[in-house]
Design a protein around this ligand. Structure first.
Ligand code: AMP
Length: 212
């Protein structure tokens, strides 16, 4: 079954997608990661996306949809997890077309519900490895050596869009533009709402139940 992970920034979509990939062999498609890779490799798409991302704004729909189209083309028949896409009603409609073209569909939309104060605490404390992308939290899961990644020895830094201003913008963009997409999936009877404020292991167990 293909799954869509939906929720505000900091809800734990990336963490849960990684657990699903490890445990169920699913393909993780994160539009945020794809943009960050493009930025790292200085591609034309990366250069264009960077300006929007650093301000906490959404990258324009057509650029994002074309990128997802390309990734789905190379995904083959492996079940996938979409993480961070769609984020607008337009993207949700475009996704329908992309999936129809490939004669596939989304089996479940998992909404991770987390209140704003916890989202703020998670996002402001989040640190990432510049080299391998491993995610840490300054209080809950710091690297063993300050500023150094446990897995690859890379530099552990604040994500550029985890600055206070960018976080504020991302949360308001989520409320205004992305949250309404939830109703679209509720109307299609695909939505499973899960409390995302618990530990990642507990949240994962609940996700396993709704996707089995
Ligand atoms: P994420 O890693 O999912 O939090 O995404 C980081 C940033 O990438 C977002 O704040 C947007 O600037 C951009 N981005 C990721 N996914 C999308 C999307 N579906 N539509 C537009 N912009 C996106």
């Amino acid at each position: 079954m293909n799954i869509l992970l939906f929720g505000p920034p900091g809800a734990g979509k990336g963490t849960q997608a990684a657990l699903l990939t490890q445990n169920k062999g699913m393909l993780h498609i994160s539009t945020g990661d794809l943009f960050r890779n493009n930025i790292k490799n200085k591609t034309p798409l990366g250069l264009e996306a960077q300006g929007y991302m650093s301000k906490g704004e959404l990258v324009p729909d057509q650029l994002t949809i074309n990128m997802v189209d390309d990734v789905l083309k190379s995904a083959g028949s492996k079940p996938f997890i979409l993480d961070g896409f769609p984020r607008t009603k337009n993207q949700a409609l475009a996704l329908e077309t992309l999936l129809e073209k490939r004669k596939t569909s989304i089996g479940k939309v998992v909404f991770l519900n987390v209140d704003n104060s916890l989202l703020m605490a998670r996002l402001t404390g989040r640190r990432v490895c510049k080299k391998c992308g491993a995610v840490y939290h300054i209080k809950n899961s710091p690297p063993k050596k300050d500023g150094i990644c446990d897995s690859c020895g890379g530099e552990v830094v604040l994500r550029p869009d985890d600055s206070d201003e960018a976080i504020e913008k991302r949360l308001s963009v989520y409320e205004e533009t992305t949250r309404p997409v939830k109703d679209y999936y509720r109307d299609k009877n695909l939505l499973a709402e899960i409390d995302g404020s618990e530990s990642s292991e507990k949240v994962f167990k609940k996700i396993e139940k709704v996707i089995c």
